[in-house]
Design a protein around this ligand. Structure first.
Ligand SMILES: Cc1ncc(COP(=O)(O)O)c(C=O)c1O
Length: 352
């Protein structure tokens, strides 16, 4: 099976397993775990932030950032299709008593003009607006990169109005490699940044939250509250550290693979690349109703040895990653051609 459901399905390489086996460890809750400490210093450096903190997941780094930036009974602004709002069980409400005000962007990208009137006036009826969250790359929008000028305009506006800014950069590594901008440049406009090692970088576990020294002191406290303080975390930080040092540059190969799939999709009469282009490692594909449904398409691809997810009644997603070779990508394209050449609806009509 060729598994394109997510870039989270990768398994550690033999070299990464060696790095994990050799990791120096200590108790990170009592004092220090040397490998985790190295990872946190290096990540903070790459992101151009004062400090950072290792956590088990991107959901935890996002939710801890929201918890710190927003008091109970306040709100944050985010894009309607972002991960924080749709795929984290509204943990901001469950765990922190915070609400979200959503704004529909174009292909996941909000413009500052859409936000200008959204800050609530100070009166007893209103929740208080505290934070703006962006996602780069935008997962549901097919790995779309946030244009740097748009990001700067939003963050500048937010700061001018006393709001904080948080970046869900689960795939910031992909945005950096694809745009040729450093992670530091892309992270600069934000007060806090979450990055994941368990996505395109191919580590088994882990995310980091980065920001100012004071912010990270607070994040450490909330991490303990949320049950995310880990002891010999060097065992997993070593995989993340290895990924950070060895797997960033190669993301360009995943982007090229995704573009090859995108080109095949464009040649089909019944498929369309959602958003019109493939910028990183996610290809979101619309399936014409004349072919059938997304569920039927996923099933047909499965029978051809390719796994992917339906992301809507008429849309699917394919994600490229380091466990898929270029020759497997050409098998995926062949499978797409075979599946699109025989629709279940056409078959039903012939049989009727
Ligand atoms: C954009 C984005 N943010 C956050 C997350 C959450 O990461 P985790 O699965 O580590 O909680 C994901 C997971 O896929 C994601 O795609």
């Amino acid at each position: 099976m060729i598994d394109l459901r997510s870039d989270t399905v990768t398994r550690p390489t033999p070299e990464m397993r060696m790095a994990i086996a050799d990791a120096a460890v200590g108790d990170a809750v009592i004092d220090i775990d040397p490998t985790t400490d190295r990872l946190e210093r290096l990540t903070a450096d790459i992101l151009g932030k004062e400090a950072s903190l290792f956590m088990p997941s991107g959901s935890m780094t996002n939710q801890i950032a929201i918890r710190i930036h927003c008091d109970r009974g306040t709100e944050f602004i985010c894009e309607s299709n972002c991960h924080i709002y749709n795929y984290e069980q509204a943990a901001f409400a469950q765990l922190s008593g915070v609400v979200a005000q959503t704004v529909l962007g174009h292909d996941g990208i909000m413009q500052v003009d859409q936000l200008r009137h959204l800050i609530r006036p100070e009166n007893d009826h209103m929740v208080r607006t505290r934070l703006v969250c962006l996602e780069n790359t935008h997962n549901r929008a097919g790995g779309r990169i946030q244009p740097p000028g748009t990001v700067e305009a939003i963050c500048q506006w937010a700061h001018d109005h006393g709001l904080k800014t948080h970046l869900d950069g689960a795939r910031l590594w992909n945005a950096a490699v694809a745009s040729g901008q450093s992670e530091e440049t892309l992270a600069k406009p934000f007060d806090s940044v979450s990055v994941c090692f368990s996505k395109g970088l191919g580590a088994p576990v882990g995310s980091v939250l980065a920001g100012s020294k004071e912010f990270i002191v607070e994040a450490k406290r909330v991490r303990k509250l949320f049950g995310g303080a880990m002891r010999q975390s060097g065992m997993i930080a070593a995989g993340a550290l290895y990924a950070l040092m060895h797997h960033r540059e190669r993301l360009i190969e995943d982007h090229e693979s995704a573009k090859i799939i995108g080109d095949t999709v464009r040649k089909s009469d019944c498929l369309q690349v959602l958003g019109g282009c493939v910028e990183t490692n996610i290809v979101a594909i619309a399936i014409d109703e004349s072919w059938g449904t997304a569920a039927q398409f996923v099933k047909s691809l499965h029978s051809q040895g390719v796994l992917c997810f339906a992301i809507g009644p008429q849309s699917i997603r394919m994600v490229t990653h380091l466990d898929v070779s270029r020759s497997q990508i050409s098998d995926v394209c062949d499978a797409l051609r075979r599946v699109t050449s025989s629709s279940p609806l056409a078959l039903a009509t012939q049989l009727a």
